[in-house]
Design a protein around this ligand. Structure first.
Ligand code: SF4
Length: 279
C-alpha cells in the first residue's frame, strides 16, 4: 500500500496547467519545426513560422500560447495499491485547476450552457479516473480549446464497413473540421468499443501521441494510412492549403459488439497543450 495525499495531486494538477498554458511539449515544438522544412505552400510556411515563433515567445513572456486557454481536462490512472488521504479527490483536483487559471490570469472559458453565463473560474475541470495495477498515480492533463473540441466526432459505422470506410470517415471528419479547428492537427482515433468508451479511448490515443508505449502493428498500419490520407487532402496549416494538415496521429482498436462499429475521432489543434506526471 502507498499513501498519496490528494492535496499533492491537486498541486501537481495546478503546476501542470501552469506549464501547459505557456510551454509546448518538446515533441510538439519539434513537429512544428520539422513541418516547416516539409511545407512548400508559402502561406502554409508563413503560418508554421509564426507557430514556431509563438512557441518561443510564450514561455519567455508568460503570454499564453493561445487566447483560448481551454477546458481543463484531466485523466488519472490510480494504482490499486494506492491509498488516497485528505480532502475528496475531485475537490483537490478542481481546486488545483482553478488555482492555475486564477494565478496565471488565464482566460476563464466555462459557462452555463443555456444562459451562457461565465462561471468565472474555468470550473469544472473534466476528470476521468481509471484504476490500474500497481502503486503509482499517473496524472495527465490536456488544455483543450473549444475550436478543435467542437470538431471531434463519434460516429456509428455499419458493422461491416471495413478498413477503407473507416479511413474515409476519419478523413471526412478531419476535412470538415477544416480551419475551424486550427490545423495542423494532432488526432486520436478509436475504432470499436461502445458509445460510452469510444470517445475516452480516442482521447487516450491523442494523449499517447507524446508517449513511448508502442501501438499494435494493426494500429500503426492504420495510423500510417490515415496520416498520409489526411495530409493528402491539401488542407494545410490553418486551412490555407499545403502538405501539412496533421502533425501526428494515433489509433486504438478495441473489440466491438457484433452489431456495432463505433468510431471516435478526437481532434486537437496545433496548440497541443498537454502534460503528465507520475507520483
Ligand atoms: S482551436 Fe486551438 S489554436 Fe485554435 S483557437 Fe482554439 S485553442 Fe487556439
Amino acid at each position: 500500500m502507498r499513501l498519496i495525499f490528494t492535496q499533492n495531486v491537486g498541486e501537481e494538477v495546478r503546476d501542470l496547467f501552469l506549464t501547459t498554458a505557456f510551454v509546448l511539449p518538446p515533441k510538439v515544438k519539434s513537429d512544428l519545426t520539422e513541418a516547416l522544412k516539409k511545407e512548400s505552400s508559402p502561406l502554409g510556411r508563413s503560418v508554421l513560422e509564426r507557430l514556431v515563433q509563438n512557441s518561443e515567445i510564450s514561455p519567455k513572456t508568460f503570454l499564453p500560447l493561445c487566447q483560448d486557454t481551454g477546458l481543463a481536462q484531466i485523466r488519472l490512472e490510480i494504482g490499486q495499491e494506492v491509498v488516497l488521504a485528505g480532502p475528496p479527490l475531485d475537490q483537490a483536483i478542481q481546486e488545483g485547476a482553478r488555482s492555475a487559471y486564477g494565478t496565471a490570469f488565464l482566460r476563464k472559458s466555462t459557462c452555463w450552457p443555456i444562459s451562457r453565463l461565465n462561471l468565472g473560474d474555468n470550473s469544472p475541470a473534466s476528470l476521468e479516473t481509471v484504476i490500474v495495477p500497481g502503486e503509482k498515480l499517473l496524472i495527465r492533463v490536456l488544455t483543450k480549446g473549444g475550436g478543435c473540441d467542437n470538431r471531434c466526432q463519434l460516429v456509428s459505422l455499419t458493422p461491416t464497413a471495413g478498413r477503407e470506410s473507416i479511413i474515409k470517415a476519419v478523413v471526412d471528419i478531419v476535412t470538415q473540421a477544416g480551419s475551424n479547428a486550427c490545423p495542423p492537427f494532432y488526432v486520436g482515433v478509436s475504432v470499436g468499443g461502445s458509445f460510452e468508451s469510444a470517445p475516452r479511448l480516442a482521447r487516450l490515443a491523442l494523449l499517447e501521441i507524446l508517449e513511448s508505449n508502442p501501438p499494435t502493428e494493426e494500429e500503426q498500419l492504420l495510423a500510417d494510412d490515415l496520416f498520409a490520407a489526411i495530409n493528402n487532402t491539401g488542407l494545410g496549416p490553418m486551412g490555407f492549403g499545403g502538405r501539412i494538415s496533421v502533425l501526428d496521429l494515433r489509433v486504438k482498436i478495441t473489440p466491438a459488439h457484433i452489431a456495432s462499429l463505433p468510431l471516435a475521432v478526437n481532434i486537437c489543434c496545433h496548440s497541443f497543450r498537454c502534460g503528465r506526471v507520475e507520483l
